[in-house]
Structure formats: structure tokens, C-alpha cells
Design a protein around this ligand. Structure first.
Ligand code: PLP
Length: 427
């Protein structure tokens, strides 16, 4: 599909031809020696967000004080949700920004199980983010251990076979809940096919879009998805710990009830009634008062993704992950690396995992470099994955070239041997 070359001049040519290249200037990039390949864990800071935050703190909080709520702040969860809806193929009134991804998963999974009281099976997979699986285990415990969690296995630890999904979903399945793009291998499900399978069995489906939103075009309405949650601090660049979003298809909103009856989920929070009446719309899944500065920071970042357009972002992301894998095949496979991600781009999100028995120490050496060597920031996922995130809004082809070349150098020259295998707190 692509004809790549290994020389750095070729990387520069790809950058020169990149029609999204100007978006990089929209980000705070203070260290030219830093190659940041972790935008899939924490996206970079947009310049517009700096300006908006200064305004929000000094004018909003500092001057307007409590009046800020009626300056439009109170509607921000709905308003920013409507923008995210455009990124995931949903209606504006089907998405709200609130709470954390894990909390939203808890709310929607619990609501879904209550809507299928005669069924006892929850289907997920061995690739899911552990937090998601812990949340499900916690719900099972809370509901009196009447449910069981079935995890779809993987034969090759990189992909999930369609047959394995078919085999897992049956007439006792209440809920199918999966990460659309797996956090470790970047395996990406065929959302339409799995959703249809779940529906044919009478189950509800709940997708975690944390590693897809902002990187992969999504069509929740077109594929008939019931429920979804997702993160805003990864490819959406919303900032560390920024509130997450949740999606509930419009016709399900009145059928499902959040287990967290916070006042902002009530029909009229400011009536201060003593008995709870849930809001009739998506706001019934709003937790309570939100971390508003963090919430406001999401909007300019989402605007930028909308301006770039998901089709163009995905096209660049595919070209960049293909380029990264090309260089890996040329330079790294002979050094004992393996590809930990699907080879076919149709099955892959926007990051690539490289596996090596010394993955952890290589990862440390990448981060600790001194100039003129570039500092490369990937992240490490046990047991041996170096995860390289491509954020097409700001990752360049030259960075990819330098990063893979640096990995080659670290292994060829044994530089990683200076580092210990003892894990730090956050990897
Ligand atoms: C990043 C991520 C989360 C984040 O969970 P928090 O509640 O924000 O800590 C959840 N699920 C998946 C699949 C993720 O990739």
C-alpha cells in the first residue's frame, strides 16, 4: 500500500507532504529533543487550552465567582458532550461529559444488567483494561454474585478471532462490554459485527472507546450501539484526569437508570425536592458537580480534532503506524523484537506495541537519554511491550524515524544494560 524508505530524508518528505502538519504548531512543544509517543495515554497540551484556562481561572473563578454557573458553565457537560457526539457518530443529546471512564462504566454496566434481569452472563475479553474488568467484578459482587464474567480468549495474544466472539455470546448474555481498541496490542474490533451479534442474542452492548475517540472514525448510531464510555485525556488532549464521556442511545435513555442518584441526575436539581425523580434525558447519567476547570479544558481540544477531521486523522495515523512497522521490520526484528500489534491496519488502532525480552530496560533507556540522543517517551506495558502511540495531530514522520533509530541504537550498543529491571510506580 505504501512505498517507504529507511533514510531520514524520506521522513522529511512525508512531513512536507502532510496536510495536517500545521496542527503541531497548535500545541505547547517546548523541548525539541523530546519525542513524545505517549499521546495515547496523556495527550499534549493545546495552546488554545492555555489561553482558555487563564481566562477561566482569572475571569471565571476569580471575578465571576458563583455567577459563573449562569455564565454558561453549568451547561458545559451537555455542551461538550454534544461536540464529542460529532466525533463518535451520535446525536448531540446522546452524550454527556461527566465523571471518570471507570465510573461511567460502572453506571452504564449496572444500568444494563438491571435492564436484563433474567440473564446472568457478562461477556468481555482478556484484552480489556483491567480497571474495566475490576469494575465489572465489583458490580457482580454488589448485585449479590448472581452474574458471571466470561472473558473471550485470544489465541495469539494480539487479536481476537470472530469465532471466539460468536462462541462467547449466548441467550443468557445480558451485556457484552469490550474496549473497541485494546490498550496493549491496539487490536480493533469490527464494532458493527460485534454489536449485531450481541443484539441478535438479545444482549446490550457497551463499548469502551478510550483508545479510539479522536483517532478512529466511529459511527455509534449507524452501528446501533446501545452504550459507550470513553476517555478525554488521551487522543482528545483534554488534560490529566479530565472528565470522561458516556453515550446512551436516545431510545434507551428512559429505560435505563443510573445507580448513582446524584442531584445533577435529577429532573430538577434546584427544586431541592427530598424524593428523587430522574431526569428524562441523558442528564440522568450526570454524576454530580463536576471538576469544571478540567471539564472546560476539553472543549478547545475537541474543537481541534473536529477541525482536522477524523477521516484525515485516521488516514495519517494508518500511514504513520505502517511507517513505524516498516522501520521496525527493517531494523528491529533482526535485534530480537516482535510486533505486538496486528499487522493489518484495519485491525489496529493508533498505537503499536513492540515486544522484546528487555522491553522494560529499553524503555528506561529511551526516557533517560542525554542530548544529542533524543529523549523518547513511549510507555511500557507488562510483560514486555514498548507501546508507541501515534497522535496524528502532532506526531511527525521524522519523530518516528528518530525514535525507531534510537531503539535500534540502544539495543545494538547495549545501552539498556545500564538500567535496572525494577519497576517504577507508573510505567
Ligand atoms: C485509559 C482507559 C481508562 C481510564 O480510566 P479512568 O477511569 O480514567 O482511570 C478506562 N478504560 C480504558 C479502556 C482505558 O484505556
Amino acid at each position: 500500500m505504501f512505498n517507504f524508505r529507511t533514510d531520514i530524508e524520506f521522513a522529511r518528505q512525508l512531513d512536507a507532504a502532510d496536510e495536517l502538519a500545521a496542527f503541531r504548531n497548535e500545541f505547547v512543544i517546548s523541548d525539541p529533543n523530546l519525542i513524545y509517543l505517549d499521546g495515547n495515554s496523556l495527550g499534549r497540551l493545546p495552546q488554545r487550552t492555555v489561553e482558555l484556562m487563564q481566562q477561566a481561572v482569572t475571569h471565571g473563578w476569580g471575578e465571576r465567582l458563583i455567577r459563573l454557573w449562569n455564565d454558561g458553565w453549568v451547561g458545559a457537560p451537555v455542551q461538550v458532550g454534544a461536540k464529542i457526539a460529532q466525533l463518535i457518530g451520535a446525536q448531540p443529546d446522546e452524550v454527556i461529559v461527566t465523571d471518570a471512564t471507570s465510573t461511567n462504566l460502572f453506571k452504564l454496566a449496572a444500568a444494563a444488567l438491571r435492564a436484563r434481569p433474567d440473564r446472568s452472563k457478562i461477556v468481555s475479553d482478556v484484552f480489556n483494561f483491567p480497571s474495566d474488568l475490576y469494575i465489572l467484578q465489583g458490580i457482580i459482587d454488589l448485585l449479590g454474585n448472581r452474574h458471571r464474567l466470561a472473558l473471550i480468549p485470544s489465541a495469539d495474544s494480539i487479536t481476537i478471532e470472530p469465532e471466539a466472539v460468536v462462541a462467547a455470546i449466548d441467550s443468557d448474555t445480558a451485556l457484552v462490554t469490550l474496549s473497541h481498541v485494546a490498550f496493549k496490542s491496539a487490536f480493533m474490533y469490527d464494532m458493527a459485527a460485534v454489536t449485531e451479534l450481541a443484539h441478535r442474542a438479545g444482549a446490550l452492548v457497551l463499548w469502551d472507546l478510550s483508545h479510539s475517540t479522536g483517532a478512529v472514525p466511529l459511527d455509534l448510531n449507524g452501528t446501533g450501539v446501545d452504550l459507550a464510555v470513553g476517555c478525554t485525556y488521551k487522543y482528545l488532549n483534554g488534560g490529566p484526569g479530565a472528565p470522561a464521556f458516556l453515550y446512551v442511545r436516545r431510545d434507551l435513555q428512559q429505560q435505563l437508570l443510573s445507580p448513582l442518584w446524584g442531584w445533577f441526575s435529577a429532573q430538577n436539581p434546584f427544586a431541592f425536592e427530598l424524593a428523587y425523580t430522574p431526569a428524562p434525558d441523558i442528564t440522568r447519567f450526570w454524576g454530580s458537580t463536576q471538576p469544571m476547570l478540567s471539564l472546560k479544558a476539553i472543549e478547545p481540544a475537541v474543537d481541534m480534532v473536529l477541525e482536522a477531521g477524523l477521516e484525515r486523522l485516521r488516514a495519517k495515523s494508518v500511514q504513520q503506524t505502517e511507517y513505524l512497522i516498516f522501520l521496525t521490520e527493517e531494523w528491529l526484528l533482526p535485534l530480537g523484537f516482535g510486533l505486538g500489534s496486528p499487522r493489518r491496519p484495519q485491525q489496529r488502532g493508533s498505537h503499536v506495541s513492540l515486544r522484546h525480552p528487555e522491553g522494560y530496560r529499553i524503555n528506561r533507556a529511551l526516557i533517560d537519554a542525554e542530548p544529542p540522543a533524543p529523549v523518547v517517551i513511549p510507555d511500557f506495558r507488562e510483560p514486555d511491550n514498548i507501546r508507541l502511540g501515534i497522535a496524528p495531530l502532532y506526531t511527525t514522520f521524522t519523530e518516528i524515524h528518530r525514535a525507531i533509530n534510537r531503539i535500534r541504537q540502544i539495543v545494538e550498543r547495549g545501552i539498556y544494560q545500564r538500567y535496572t529491571s525494577d519497576r517504577s510506580a507508573v510505567t
